[in-house]
Ligand binder design. Structure first.
Ligand code: C2O
Ligand code: CU
Length: 622
């Protein structure tokens, strides 16, 4: 018993020491308190083993109980002093482990103090501690590792450097102009939808579709009625000014509860885009903060029917929903009418990162655009599974048949996952159970069994449509700079806990060295996926042009995307023109992966930001 007690006391001492730096930064007296507590505990543990006596053991037990009482007050009513006096702190894993160990040791100390002294026993009796040694050591190590790898305190993606002139990102706004103004208000609020609470824009998940014309000037006011701070990012919009990108801690401070903020930009290119929160994205997007943004071409929609279908996580079920419907979504269209279906994949997948693979049944169709960018001479397709990574979009165009309906059936692809990854996925809610469908028109419904569905070919964007004139020349253009982007994963400590770190070039966000570019350069990215997972890699503010997959040049239409789906162990070479000065996020759009570190920035030389991410500012872009 003395050895186990000493071990527990030492364990809590180690945890106290691990949190000292964090507390010193926040409030010096607390830091000093933890140094004192840790030191006293080391002394106590030594005394238990070397020179135990009743008074000391009782004092140790009482002292430990006092620390626990202090902790209980800080977590319930809040301490009267400190960085936020009178406000209770959140209970975390680290302090829970520490307090539990202290609770047990306080009891053991009291027990040791009250039992009749025995003659000293030989040292070999120490082996009896082994059963307790393993769990206590593991728990202490994990907790100390987490506590000493807290979320970054303050990090600036491109600080102002004295004596080096730079452009403040805040100045990179939309230039004034006489474009027709379209104004919208998006109120982010807690909403009850069905049986669940969601965070929603204007009370709906997805948020309202914003539909504008090419050339419109959008003014979107975000009103924050959430209990937390938030932002809006305009995913995929070409030419978006850097100051309007909505990334907390990079292009703005997150908007505090009760406040509002207006974004302004011109919708230069027609296409299917979307918007979502970019503050604590993994949480806020999953809670429901996203919606579609459609920019119609000059002259209006080209098809008789123009529909947007957003695939997303159902608010109250572990299922894929479409436009808020978990069952079948019905859309009207008559025989002979042309239909454009704009599919947005906003569904956050599990750890394997797999894409949704919707299938269109009942009519031949063309995929006319990917990520809002048109394809060249797309030919008609039969039923195929269309892989759409999280964040990607596809426009499907077809003519309604003389009889019967056209149907969109959602399926999914899975990465090569291991037992550990599956365990993590089930921790986050388990594999998806139900998938929604979309039925267009009325009449006989084409049916397909899940087995047949899974046997359908996968659409291959590397050999679809026709090469464009001069495109080969364009692809052969020599890049001004090439960067490798190596995606990998390994276990480690991050944000205060043990995690499956998702790395870029061996580092986790925000410590991944940025890619630095100059305006006008043609940049080539060599993206290597060393994992068995899918990684839809999204670059803000730019258009990626696909060159090679696994070293083989793409053969069909030029493909321009803002999010490239990198399948397990694939390699992609892509280029982009550095034509939009700013500081731009580039990250995996699987939110779990991004929050585990797979995120970085592309920085234009000479652009700085006054904003910082980390626990000090509360800006958490992932
Ligand atoms: Cu759609 Cu950085 O995000
Ligand atoms: Cu990923």
């Amino acid at each position: 018993m003395p050895y186990t007690t000493a071990l527990l006391v030492l364990g809590s001492a180690a945890i106290h020491f691990a949190v000292v730096p964090e507390h010193l930064r926040e409030y010096v007296p607390f830091g000093l308190f933890f140094i004192a507590a840790g030191t006293a505990q080391v002394a106590l543990a030594t005394a238990i083993l070397v020179a135990p006596n009743r008074r000391l053991l009782l004092a140790g037990s009482a002292g430990t109980a006092a620390i626990i009482a202090l902790w209980a007050v800080s977590r319930t009513t809040g301490l009267p002093i400190g960085p936020s006096p009178g406000r209770p702190e959140a209970i975390g894993f680290n302090d829970l482990v520490c307090t539990t160990m202290e609770g047990i040791s306080a009891l053991l100390l009291a027990r040791l103090a009250t039992r009749t002294p025995r003659p000293p026993r030989p040292l070999w009796t120490a082996v009896k501690v082994i059963p307790a040694l393993v769990p206590i050591t593991v728990l202490t190590t994990v907790t100390v590792g987490g506590a000493s790898n807290q979320m970054v305190y303050s990090f600036n993606a491109s600080p102002i450097i004295p004596d080096r002139p730079s452009t403040n990102l805040q100045l990179l706004t939309e230039a004034p102009g006489s474009q027709p103004v379209k104004s919208f208000t998006l109120t982010a609020e807690v909403s009850r939808l069905g049986n669940a609470a969601a965070w929603a824009y204007n009370g709906t998940v997805p948020g309202p579709q914003l539909r504008v014309n090419q050339g419109d000037r959008l003014k979107v006011t975000l009103v924050n009625h959430l209990p937390v701070s938030t932002t809006i990012h305009w995913h995929g919009v070409p030419g978006l000014p850097a100051a309007e990108d909505g990334v907390a801690g990079v292009t703005q401070d997150a908007i505090q509860p009760g406040r509002s903020y207006t974004y302004e930009f011109v919708a230069e290119e027609p296409g299917t885009y979307w918007y979502h929160s970019h503050q604590d994205t993994g949480t806020q997007l999953t809670m429901g903060l996203y919606g579609a943004l459609v920019v119609e071409p000059v002259g209006g929609a080209t098809e008789t029917r123009d529909y947007t279908v957003v695939l997303h996580k159902a608010v109250d079920a572990n299922a894929v929903a479409v436009n808020g419907t978990t069952g079948d979504l019905h859309l009207d269209a008559g025989p002979g009418e042309t239909v454009r279906l704009r599919i947005v994949n906003a569904f956050a997948p599990g750890m394997d990162g797999g894409p949704e693979t919707p299938v269109l049944l009942g009519a031949p169709y063309r995929i006319t655009a990917l990520d809002g960018r048109d394809l060249n001479h797309p030919q008609p397709l039969g039923p195929e599974r269309l892989p759409l990574g999280m964040g990607q979009r596809a426009d499907l165009v077809f003519t309604m048949p003389a009889t019967g309906v056209v149907r969109l059936v959602d399926a999914a692809e899975q990465g090569q996952t291991t037992g550990i990854q599956n365990a993590i996925t089930s921790f986050f809610g388990g594999p998806t159970q139900r998938r929604a469908t979309v039925t267009i028109g009325s009449g006989a419904i084409p049916t397909i069994s899940p087995a047949e569905l899974n046997r359908l070919p996968l659409f291959d964007l590397t050999r679809y449509g026709q090469p464009a004139e001069g495109a080969t020349a364009g692809a052969a253009a020599r890049p001004d700079a090439t960067f490798s982007v190596v995606l990998d994963e390994h276990a480690g400590f991050h944000d205060g806990r043990i995690e499956l770190l998702h790395t870029i070039n061996g580092q986790v966000s925000p410590y991944v060295p940025p890619i630095t570019v100059r305006e006008g350069q043609l940049i080539r990215l060599h993206i290597v996926n060393q994992t068995g997972e899918y990684h839809p890699i999204h670059l803000h503010g730019h258009t990626l042009t696909l060159l090679d997959r696994n070293g083989a040049r793409i053969q069909g239409s030029p493909v321009h995307l803002d999010t490239v789906l990198v399948a397990p162990h694939e390699t992609w070479d892509v280029t982009f023109r550095a034509d939009n000065p700013g500081i731009w996020m580039m990250h995996c759009h699987v939110l779990l992966h991004a929050s585990m570190g797979m995120s970085m920035t592309v920085n234009y030389a000479g652009v700085s930001t006054p904003y910082e991410m980390g626990s000090r500012s509360g800006n958490m872009p992932e």
